[in-house]
Design a protein. Structure first.
Length: 278
């Protein structure tokens, strides 16, 4: 167990035992750093983990507090039938285009896409901030951030990886315009038309768009909202169809509430080393 995990476990135990009650303010990062002799990164990681679990919440300019009990959630729907795992060509562009077009309607709440209400954007404040920053902008900054990205930013990303025990050289890092550009570049580098790619079922619609654009076939792998992708089904899909890549939505540790344990991470690493699957 890493230090941030141990710290998060101690705080979670205090919440579960009632020592810390709903609404109680947690120690600041500085206080916890001093009392636990931990680095600021360790404290931030612990608090982020507790936030992801819904145990604490962050309040701007105030600190972290124990979350109030959530209202009872409705029963989870029954799992849909497991996919047969056969590779299939993808044809979703027209359907997705229609969904995205509907998002522009003033009478539609776009629950099927990740677009917030345009009324939530502080347009006037953004305009003032952009105008002010433009007057102070170094002209060279317009070209220093071209691919592969600003060098100082890539250095900071490399340092962030180092906190997680991953050694990365800034020259090995490419800064992209969002995750989708990075994922599309990854597909272009690892796949050729006609190749199979293992995807979650259900999966992110933009994933299917990318597969269709590159002429790739999708191999659906059963995925549970709590436990994530069925690793046994994925292992079977890799053995049967030898996909060139596996597209899975995850972060470094938390994926929609799914805990990426060392055991799960080890299985991913073993597959990557033992097969040509990326």
């Amino acid at each position: 167990m890493k230090r941030y995990e141990a710290l998060a476990a101690d705080i979670a135990a205090s919440i579960e035992s009632g020592t810390l009650k709903a609404g109680d303010k947690l120690p600041s990062v500085r206080q916890l750093r001093a009392s636990r002799k931990a680095s600021p990164a360790t404290v931030f990681e612990a608090y982020a983990l507790l936030e992801a679990r819904g145990l604490i919440e962050s309040r701007p300019r105030s600190g972290h507090y124990v979350s109030r009990p959530a209202r009872a959630m409705p029963a989870e729907p029954l799992p849909h039938p497991a996919p047969d795992g056969e590779p299939r060509a993808v044809q979703v562009a027209d359907m997705i285009y229609g969904i995205l077009q509907a998002a522009a309607s003033h009478d539609v709440v776009p629950l099927g896409s990740a677009f917030p209400s345009p009324f939530l954007f502080p347009l006037q404040r953004l305009g003032r901030a952009l105008a002010a920053s433009a007057t102070r902008m170094d002209p060279w900054s317009t070209v220093e951030s071209l691919t592969p990205g600003h060098l100082e930013l890539r250095r900071q990303i490399a340092l962030r990886y180092l906190l997680d025990g991953v050694r990365a050289d800034p020259d090995d890092i490419i800064v992209t315009n969002g995750a989708m550009e990075a994922l599309n570049l990854s597909l272009a580098a690892t796949c050729k038309p006609g190749d199979a790619v293992a995807v979650e079922s259900p999966c992110f619609y933009a994933c299917l768009q990318a597969l269709e654009r590159f002429g790739l076939r999708a191999v659906e792998v059963a995925t549970d909202p709590r436990t994530g992708m069925d690793l046994d089904a994925l292992e079977s899909a890799i053995a049967r169809h030898k996909p060139s890549a596996v597209w899975v939505i995850r972060t470094s540790r938390i994926r929609w509430g799914v805990r990426w344990t060392r055991r799960r991470s080890a299985r991913w690493s073993n597959w990557s080393r033992a097969t040509s699957c990326h």
